[in-house]
Design a protein around this ligand. Sequence first.
Ligand code: SF4
Length: 681
Amino acid sequence: PKNSPKPSREVKSTCPYCGVGCSIYLGVRGNEITGVRADPDNKVNKGNLCVKGRFGYKFINHPDRLTLPLIKRNGEFEEVSWDEALDFIAQNLEKYKGDTFAAISSARCTNEDNYALQKFTRVVMGTNNVDNCARSCHAPSVAGLARSMGSGAMSNSIDEIPDADCLFIIGTNATASYPVIGMRMIEAAKKGKKLIVADPREIQLSKYADVFLKHNPGTDVALLMGMMGVIIEEGLYDSSFVDKRTENFDEFKKSLEEFDLDSVEEITGVDKEKIREAARLYASTKPASILYSLGITEHSHGTDNVFALSNLALLTGNIGKPSTGVNPIRGQNNVQGSCDMGCLPDSYPGYQKVDDAEVYKKFEEMWGCELDKSVGLKMPFVIGASSLGTVKALYIMGENPVLSEPDSSSIIKSLENLDFLIVQDIFMTETARMADVVLPAASYAEKDGTFTNAERRMQRVRKAIEPVGESKADWEITCEIAKKMGAEGFEFKNASSIVDELASVAPIFGGITYGRIEEEGIQWPCIDEKDPGTPILHVEKFATESGKGKFIPLHYRPPAELPDEEYPLLLTTGRSIYHYHTTTMTGAADGLVELYGDDPLEINPEDAAELGFENGDMVKVISRRGEVKTRVEVTDMSPKGVVFMTFHFGETPTNVLTSPAMDPISNTPEFKVCAVKVEKE
Ligand code: SF4
């Protein structure tokens, strides 16, 4: 970036963008962040950063940052003091105690921020209506892996990736979305390790693949079950592992009968010999590691996709050993942490269930209050309940659902129907504009805390500068609201005392303190102060009740909305390497918008020729839910019949188009498939 002065000191911290969790040094001069460099000694990124991590820091001192609390009066925001804002909130929230209140926490905020918000929701507001944006991305991983293996997180570590003899990369454009992990995958390929890449689009990694499976969007269950049929038919499965460490194999094996290779070829569009080749390669090249992300989870059958992947690892014994496993790559910097902290309607911190009598009694004793015993509302149902008027007050911390959730028009209507909306953020987002009160939050560079990366590693975030304007750390704001409302248990002196409380209430964090993670983070579970943490899960037994990995029988279910005569193209969505989420941060960072400043419609050359479009033409993309104007980019990255858009910018709100269809288990929306038509503007 231009005009950055030389730093006078450096502060070690963690990148605020994706779930890789690269370790960084922030350059500081006065109260300004002047640059970012990679930490060469950290085993996660080993001196590497991507373009966002290296150059995306200018948002921190941006002149548009929120600096004072704002209350909306007669449709206009007025700047007010913290005292006035807190009084106003406390008076209003008193009316909505219980299930008329809900909170949405943030995967961009620290563990400490998330811990404080779920505790506030439960202790002060008396409800379990708290959720986080993992609902829109990796909730199927949490639900699926918890059921099959007992723990919904990456089983292995990032540093093990290049040592796998085979990487099965499915539903993840890792070089764009998690670039430093993408680099480790390319490092493996360059070392001669085998790569199987499955993706409907030609992504950068497909060029490195030994086998590239270009399957139709939403057909992963068929593809994976087809591969497993081959593995069993050819006797390539690990029968000793299956016998000793798993259960439910016979039922699962029976469900494979539905997936003969001819029907799998027809459903997936992939030549059956290629499916056979991939199956043989994965099953016979050990150790083999599965890595996936939102191409697997953001479907109306996302949890089934995750079950299929865990079946595959169990079948071949590729779990519980170095460089193996089932590894969901978490998207946002702290999406793992916001789930870990209990910002889930069914779990207290550390995945302890809210409706388990032993658990809630323990929390009642520790928090000194009576707690709600029923599972709260997941995010889509909070939105639905807001539109019906059963949820009346909503507290959103660091999220922008107006742009990030599917079918945006109905999200806006639901938020308009609320009696009281609090939004806490660093900028005036599309969602904040709809609020009754907006609270200015400090960015990650202005507070102490921790983020937990995709491999379950809790790492330090350090205060490098004073908060901009009168902004405050999110956890401090939440605790001040709680104290204004007369609650006890929110007198945290600093961020580290929140982690001390976490360690005392959640056994998987029992051994984690700030002192222990000064130099290097620790991967949970970490039970006590002698426990070094857990780089590999499921080594001797699974975290299920029986201690065994569970095979899950599956049937194929197509996506909820497929192209038809009226809407003949399939739209799938994803991310650009230059941006993060709804660009609240990267949109205010010098240079990144110059490199990628809109969400174009990527279309195959044949489709473009049929429709008479050329590169740069302005078009209307129309679905059953709305329309978006954008420009055309003709590329053979998109297969014929499939168009692609990123969803970063408010000017091209892609999620106006996407489908609200949900996975029935995790309630994650089907961002990856909907039907559209495209017309010239
Ligand atoms: Fe930051 Fe992710 Fe890029 Fe690393 S790979 S620098 S964590 S955005």
